[in-house]
Design a protein around this ligand. Structure first.
Ligand code: ACO
Length: 346
């Protein structure tokens, strides 16, 4: 028997500071019209001075625990996805293990899969929970991309933003000791299946590279980190459409679900034109796709949980709805996950 894994609760955190396209015109030679027409992005959030990646992650995680009604000492597995950790050691996971006061001795580690990170987290957690050794997993996707943005490069600095999303996962309805019984009052999402992939041969199309000195003076109170994102936008665009469309087809086939059964698709929020092209490839209406990149930009691994949380608040999911998450990121990496929404009757 395959054990069913549920998302018991979701939490997000987005910094309060908004950086609009208009603000960016004071930093680089660009216009609101160019950014909106090429990407769909109108504004993005920027972490406060001194606010670290782990601070964003811990705030999202705290909300996820509250939403799931799970106490920190019930968590026995912690995994973080990020491409923008301030340090590789200690990991962001170990930093927030401490910040959240989780039980000493539980495994905590970071995963590096760029924008596909949240879907990698779900699959790792599903498999570790199914092993029977763990009962409540906390997964967190957190990015402080403002610290690795080249604020002098107009072709990249208009695209990215900061934010974090977290989920508590557990095995549901099992005879296994300690399994969680889906609540009669709280919604949850059951994970039906996932496909993941990567292609290292295209790694140099998007990378995080050391910044070439001299370091510029900080402008508009924006962070200036030691590394910056470097990318070939056109090639990424082309590959993102192809790979995300295929990942959607693959996960639907794997789970024996028809595209017409989908109530909602939550794609990685990189570019509205990428999402529009995927809708065309799959012959599905754009309205089926959740879009919030206009207000957050591309928050890499955090973009899917942030968009999912918003879709839940907008009540875009009804009991029994099947929905799909799909991502593509540097590496290259990709993934797609199919889920079912469980909404208890009140
Ligand atoms: N403002 C004004 N002009 C600009 C700007 C800007 N911010 N940035 C670039 N330009 C100029 C370029 O210099 C170029 O000028 P030129 O023709 O005189 O040389 C012109 O605009 C066209 O540039 P392109 O790069 O060809 O523009 P394109 O239509 O490809 O759009 C974009 C660029 C938005 C980056 C697009 O390729 C894209 O979104 N690619 C995907 C990248 C992405 O999503 N990366 C995120 C990480 S991976 C992931 O998350 C999936």
């Amino acid at each position: 028997m395959t054990l069913s894994v549920h998302i018991r609760g979701l939490g997000i955190y987005t910094p309060s500071r908004r950086l609009t396209n208009h603000d960016l015109t004071r930093i680089v030679d660009t216009t609101d019209e160019w950014i909106v027409s090429r990407s769909g992005i109108k504004e993005r959030r920027i972490a406060a001075p001194g606010e670290t990646n782990a601070d964003l992650a811990a705030k999202a995680a705290k909300t996820a625990l509250e939403k799931a009604n799970v106490s920190p000492d019930e968590i026995d597995l912690l995994i973080v996805a990020t491409a923008s950790a301030e340090s590789s050691v200690p990991s962001v996971a170990c930093s927030i293990h401490h910040k959240l006061g989780l039980r000493p001795g539980i495994p905590s580690f970071d995963v590096s899969a760029a924008c596909s990170g949240f879907l990698y987290l779900l699959q790792i957690a599903v498999q570790m929970l199914r092993s029977g050794e763990y009962h409540n997993a906390l997964v967190v996707a957190s990015e402080k991309l403002s610290a690795i943005t080249d604020w002098q490069d107009r072709s990249t600095c208009v695209l990215f933003g900061d934010g974090a999303g977290a989920a508590v996962l557990a095995i549901a309805d099992s005879n296994n000791g300690g399994a969680y019984i889906p609540s009669a009052s709280r919604p949850s999402a059951s994970i039906l299946g996932t496909v993941l992939g990567s292609d290292g041969s295209k790694g140099d199309l998007l990378s995080i590279v050391p910044r070439t000195p001299p370091f510029p003076q900080p402008q508009e109170n924006l962070p200036v980190g030691t590394h910056v994102i470097s990318m070939n936008g056109r090639e990424i665009f082309r590959n993102a459409v192809r790979v995300m469309s295929q990942a959607c087809r693959d996960v639907l086939k794997k789970c024996n679900v028809q595209p017409s059964q989908l109530a909602l698709i939550i794609p990685h929020q990189a570019n509205l034109r990428i999402i529009d092209a995927i809708a065309g490839e799959l012959d599905l209406p754009l309205e089926l796709f959740k879009v919030n990149l206009d207000r957050y930009g591309n928050t890499s691994a955090a973009s899917i949980p942030i968009a999912l949380d918003e879709a839940i608040h907008e009540t875009r999911l009804k009991n029994g709805d099947i929905f799909l998450l799909v991502a593509f990121g540097g590496g290259f990496t990709w993934g797609a996950t199919l889920l079912k929404w469980n909404q208890p009757k009140i």
